[in-house]
Design a binder for this molecule. Structure first.
Ligand code: ADP
Length: 447
């Protein structure tokens, strides 16, 4: 087992990883930018190292500074959290080249899954069903037109290097194709420095269902069931649940068998999430995330597992130590992402939090690095807290969520808490009848 882990991240996820380390008796090293000197992840770590000024390229993405920090402090492994360097294959290679362990999959697997075209090709060859679309990259507009004619409109043009919902444009008809093509490629070039795109059938009413998997270094692969992340705004998740109100235990088992079989054949290790769109009883793979996800707590609550602890254990070379049959699903969990954003305009609202009162009680968990007096910096992601509830049934989880949202107070800055309060009161949400487009309509209807 590791003695000391450097956590190459900030905010709630840095704290989340620290908590798992503490319980395993592992020392922690925090890294931080000058803007985060007063941050909770720095205060609670055993050691901390300042790695640069506020811009992420100079601090949380500064691989040389982070590796120097690991070397100075004598860390023997690095946990990347999510975002930042978590899906950077070059960084994973550098970590290993320095004789440290990267807590995640191999650089090769990160590289394959980071290119969504390569990911789809790999998954298709392993028997995982895909969304209908182009056969790989579409290099020029004439090809795009031919693919769209073949699969039928509406279509979605997507960046091969995409992430965070960027570099994605839908075209409802042939007339709209050229504009979508130019916009998607332009955004892909600007955001990822890579204008390669591919085309998928644009599904009109899918749910986003993803499967959490975990593999050890000896080829044992298990899954921890699905999460329903259909409530999205601008292709970004807002509220997630485990399990999905739309799929049966038999569907979960079948999807789990296909996915774990594919990853076993791939030789995958550590945690990963396969993302699918689900429509008309069919699952279609869209991408794989080779890291811990923001929404991992809902899975932890229904499975009674600490996924970060499991990531650390398998990265240290320990076997999983349990079979699929040992993983049981109990009750229902829901997570709300609380952002420092105006609840109607979604403009970021950095600034000083004058009072912070998180909810508590049975089945309530808050993952957050906030405290009264903390100044939310303007440089980073706007998510400031995750509220997670767990209860025996979905209706009870919703009642608990409403109660917890009522207790939750963040004073001094606007947050998206009021949006979540409106969502839980919506009959369609309560009935579990929504798809990936539902929240967008709900927000624009001004309800
Ligand atoms: P990113 O890596 O940017 O998050 P994804 O491929 O995971 O991109 O897609 C993000 C979201 O975009 C999905 O959860 C879904 O809501 C929507 N989306 C992606 N592909 C399709 C599609 N073919 N049809 C309809 N919606 C899609």
């Amino acid at each position: 087992m590791f003695r000391k882990i450097l956590i190459a991240n900030r905010g709630e996820i840095a704290l989340r990883v620290q908590r798992a380390c503490r319980e395993l008796g592992i020392h922690t090293v925090a890294v931080h930018s000058t803007a985060d000197a007063e941050a909770m992840h720095v205060r609670l770590a055993d050691e901390s190292v300042c790695i640069g000024p506020p811009p992420t390229k100079d601090s949380y993405l500064n691989t040389h500074a982070i590796l120097s920090a690991a070397s100075i402090t004598g860390a023997d492994a690095i946990h990347p959290g999510y975002g930042f360097l978590s899906e950077n294959a070059g960084f994973a290679d550098m970590v290993e080249a320095h004789g440290l362990t990267f807590i995640g999959p191999s650089a090769d697997h990160i590289r394959i899954m980071g290119d969504k075209i390569a990911a789809k090709t790999a998954m298709a060859s392993l028997g995982v069903p895909l969304v209908a679309g182009s056969d790989g990259e579409v290099a020029d507009f004439e090809d795009a037109r031919a693919v769209a004619d073949r699969i039928g409109y509406p279509v979605l043009i997507k960046a091969a290097a995409g992430g965070g919902g960027r570099g994605m444009r839908a075209a409802a008809s042939a007339d709209a194709l050229e504009e979508a093509w130019t916009a998607a490629r332009g955004e892909a070039r600007a955001a990822f420095g890579n204008e390669a795109v591919y085309i998928e059938k644009y599904l009109d009413k899918p749910r986003h269902i993803e499967l959490q998997i975990l593999a050890d270094n000896a080829g044992h692969v298990v899954h921890f069931g699905e999460r329903d992340c259909s409530l999205q705004r601008r292709h970004q998740k807002v509220l997630e649940e485990a399990g999905s109100p739309a799929i049966s235990a038999a569907e979960r088992d079948a999807l789990g068998a296909t996915a774990t079989d594919a990853l076993r054949k791939l030789g995958y290790r550590n945690a990963g999430t396969l993302e699918f769109l689900y429509q008309d009883g069919q699952f279609a793979f869209i991408e794989m995330n080779t890291r811990l996800q923001v929404e991992h707590p809902v899975t932890e609550m229904v499975c009674g597992v600490d996924l970060v602890r499991e990531q650390i254990r398998v990265a240290s070379g320990l076997p999983l130590g349990y079979e699929q049959a040992a993983i049981r699903f109990t009750g229902h969990a829901i997570e709300c992402r609380v952002n420092a954003e105006h609840p109607v305009t979604f403009m970021p609202t950095p600034g000083r939090v004058t009072a912070f009162h998180p909810p508590g009680g049975l089945g309530v968990r808050v993952d957050s690095a906030l405290y009264a007096g903390y100044v939310v910096p303007p440089f980073y992601d706007s998510m400031i807290a995750k509220l997670i509830v767990h209860a025996p049934t979905r209706p009870e989880a919703i009642a608990r969520l409403r109660r917890a949202l009522d207790e939750f107070a963040v004073v001094g800055i606007e947050t998206t808490l009021p949006l979540h309060r409106r969502i839980v009161d919506e009959p369609s949400f309560q009935a579990g009848s929504f798809n990936i487009h539902w929240l967008e309509h709900f927000v624009s209807s001004g309800r």
